[in-house]
Design a protein around this ligand. Sequence first.
Ligand code: ZN
Length: 128
Amino acid sequence: MSWSADTDAVLRAEWAAGTTTLQIAILLGVTKNAVVGRVNRLRLTPRENPVHRADPLRTRLPRPPAATTPPVPAPRAATTGCCRYPLWPHRARPPQPALFCDAPSLPGRSWCARHFDVVHLRPTAGAA
Ligand SMILES: [Zn+2]
């Protein structure tokens, strides 16, 4: 389609009246993209993009606070009287530095009471 002075006048009037590009396109018998292109070439006042219009339902909610990770116990040597239960998955390479449970160990043991039960199987009744 070639744009004439008449179609440009209609376009300017409808654009100023707030008619949508689709409605103008139907009115002029052209595509919506042709209307948008012509509006840009005529340097008509741009409109607010309806897609980007502020929508209270689409406003961003404040980001929740980051999940806090539990404090990692400090690495402990074997002679400190603290549990030596490793804090990494079984058969996995230990992190550097290797971290162990920080709870006080049982007297004469390398484990705290909780981890002593984890690493030592107690004989069950009937097992020989
Ligand atoms: Zn422990």
